[in-house]
Every structure is written in C-alpha cells, then in structure tokens.
Design a protein around this ligand. Sequence first.
Ligand code: ATP
Length: 134
Amino acid sequence: MSTLRLEIVTPERKVYENDVNMVVVKGVSGELGILPHHIPLVTPLKIAPVKAKVNNKDVFFAVHGGFIEVRKDKVVILAEAAEFGSDIDISRARLAKERAERRLAQKQEDINSSRAELALQRAISRLETAEREI
Ligand code: ATP
C-alpha cells in the first residue's frame, strides 16, 4: 500500500513524523481525507482530532487549529499545540473543560469568554481524541 509522509509540528516540538497510508482532518470548510498523490493545498484546521492510518491501524492526535499543507508526497500539520492521543492527560483535560464551562456560565460577553470557548474546544477535542485512541 502506498504511503505519504506525515509531519505534525508545533512551535515547541515535532509531535509526529511517519509514513502513513491516509490522513483525515477537519478543515474549516469540512472534513478532508488525504491519500498519497492528493493535489497540493493549504487550509486552516478546526480544533479537532486528526486521524492517520498507519499499517492499517488508526492513530489519533488532538490538533488545536493551525494549518495543513499537502505537498506531493508529504503532509505537514502546523499547529499551536498538538498531542498524540496516548500522551493526553485525561484528568487535566477534564479539569480544563470544567474550568472553561464555569467561565462560560458567568456569561460575560467579553474577550475572556472567547478565550474560554477556545479552551473548552481544546479540552473537548483532547477528551474525544484520548477516547478514540484507546
Ligand atoms: P490547560 O488549561 O490544562 O493548560 P490548555 O488548553 O490551556 O490546557 P494549551 O495552552 O493548549 O493548554 O497547551 C499548553 C501545553 O500543554 C501544550 O504543550 C499542550 O500540548 C500541553 N497540554 C495541554 N493540555 C494537555 C493534556 N490534557 N494532555 C497533554 N498535554 C496537554
């Protein structure tokens, strides 16, 4: 089965690099399945789990926004933060979710509520990713 190179990078570190059979991401305009020889593209990503198929096994990553760049034989995902599914600290994500929900419940229409909304999305995506990785 043919492969493409997947790299997931944050400003802090390289989270993942491997030859994979397929990558599935949530772009801002919908879900994208990328197989080898996909046409080149660049698009922003939603805060959502990313799936890669490696030797017929699915692996999951929590990717927090950023961009995907599809080149001829390589896919680069560049995000502010990203974690391999099995590296996610579930209790930390649960606490972050509760904290964000508490802040949003205060219903203040200010800059902090959009920060809390993003923190909530990151926490939900981490919990979803960790659940799928098990
Ligand atoms: P928290 O409030 O728990 O810090 P956060 O969403 O504000 O969550 P980020 O700013 O997105 O955290 O991430 C800061 C760093 O911590 C990044 O390197 C990120 O990969 C890591 N990180 C955050 N939450 C988790 C988690 N639940 N499990 C593993 N790594 C995490």
